[in-house]
Design a protein around this ligand. Structure first.
Ligand SMILES: [Zn+2]
Ligand SMILES: [Zn+2]
Length: 362
């Protein structure tokens, strides 16, 4: 429930519908969205719910046929992850005319917009019920822990970097050093950025940013906007960044992203997943006169998720994520995990399926 501690519940195993499966969860993640869910900051959430949108595990039981995107059938025992977005309809105005499937009004997200009434539809559990039509992706050759170190930030960051149209040789500024910001650094370099600058906090996350390839970092908590602007100018030959990706969750960062980007550069806003309020900007100085391109980036689709998994199967390309050291929490420690993520104490937190009701203290 919103604004209440997470509780461990015992729920019956569901009857499997045709072409569905039961996933035995290995790892699920705790991300900023879960903190917002607990704070009751997201709209249209059918509480109570089982949190946990991106998870990995083994297919315990399959009823009927479960196929991958190439048409190959999955078998019981296969290690998989699944696209948390379900029921994108590919038939509505958003899907077919606007070609904006992440805005399809029919889509549901495991662990976010599916509640307990919809069944075992979240990853902070021993088992997840994979409803018919859920898209699974095999994890052959993919290390679970490394993949989950990217977690839901992986498709989000991949989408944002694509949307920002990072070009060969660009200087990219990343605002935010949470999981999305950190994955944006890796993908921006992969896409050909020459240098990545990162402004974020706290210090241990900036250290992670540098390990992942950020050339320089600046602590947002110990600098004001003027100092940040001077810092960006100093690291861009006085021109500002070619591309800026905002991944902070702070509305003011959007205006700053525009101010730190060069004339005719581009800004991608991916960090405003919940409504944190309004912001002041000067449309003449910050946008029009700069000939700036500003894009929002909402959610991710199967293509982002699939390519994220494929990159994780490549040892060299995915090395960066193995440098992130996630912290593990049992189901019983979910509240602790949420508090640590909310406080930015950890780079990434996992929930393991251990510590279910049978192991609860009396
Ligand atoms: Zn649709
Ligand atoms: Zn998430």
């Amino acid at each position: 429930m919103p604004r209440a501690p997470v509780e461990v519940w015992e729920l019956p195993e569901p009857e499997l519908e045709p072409d569905s499966a039961l996933l035995e969860v290995e790892l699920s993640e705790v991300c900023g969205t879960d903190v917002y869910l607990q704070q009751g900051r997201l709209e249209g959430v059918p509480y109570p719910l089982i949190p946990g949108h991106v998870s990995v595990g083994r297919l315990g039981k399959i009823r009927g046929r479960l196929l991958d995107v190439t048409g190959q059938p999955f078998s019981e025992g296969d290690r998989v992850t699944f696209l948390d977005v379900h029921r994108t309809c590919n038939a509505c105005w958003h899907c077919l005319v606007a070609k904006a499937t992440t805005r399809c009004p029919h889509r549901k997200v495991y662990g976010i917009t599916y509640g307990v009434d919809d069944g075992l539809a979240g990853g902070w559990a021993e088992k997840v019920y994979l409803k018919p039509g859920t898209r699974c992706i095999g994890l052959e050759g993919v290390d679970s822990e490394k993949f989950m170190a990217g977690g839901c930030a992986l498709p989000t960051a991949l989408h944002a970097v694509e949307r920002a149209e990072v070009a060969l040789g660009d200087t990219v500024l990343v605002l935010g050093s949470g999981p999305v910001g950190l994955s944006v650094i890796i993908f921006a370099l992969m896409r050909g950025a020459l240098r990545v600058l990162c402004i974020g906090a706290p210090e241990h996350r900036l250290e992670a940013a540098r390990k992942l390839g950020a050339a320089v970092t600046l602590n947002v908590e110990t600098s004001d906007e003027r100092a940040r602007e001077q810092w960006v100018l100093a690291h861009t030959e006085g021109r500002r960044a070619d591309v800026t990706v905002e991944a902070t969750g702070v509305p003011g960062a959007v205006a700053e992203a525009m101010r730190y980007t060069r004339d005719a550069g581009s800004v991608c806003v991916v960090g405003q997943y919940t409504d944190h309020g309004e912001v002041f900007l000067n449309p003449h100085l910050d946008l029009n006169r700069k000939h700036l391109t500003v894009r929002g980036c909402w959610g991710s689709d199967f293509s982002h998720f699939y390519r994220g998994v494929r990159i994780m199967a490549d040892p060299a390309r995915s090395e960066g994520w193995s440098l992130l050291k996630p912290d593990r929490y049992d189901l019983c420690q979910a509240n602790e995990a949420l508090a640590d993520v909310a406080a930015g104490k950890v780079v990434k937190a996992f929930i393991t399926s251990r510590g279910g009701p049978s192991k609860m203290p009396a």
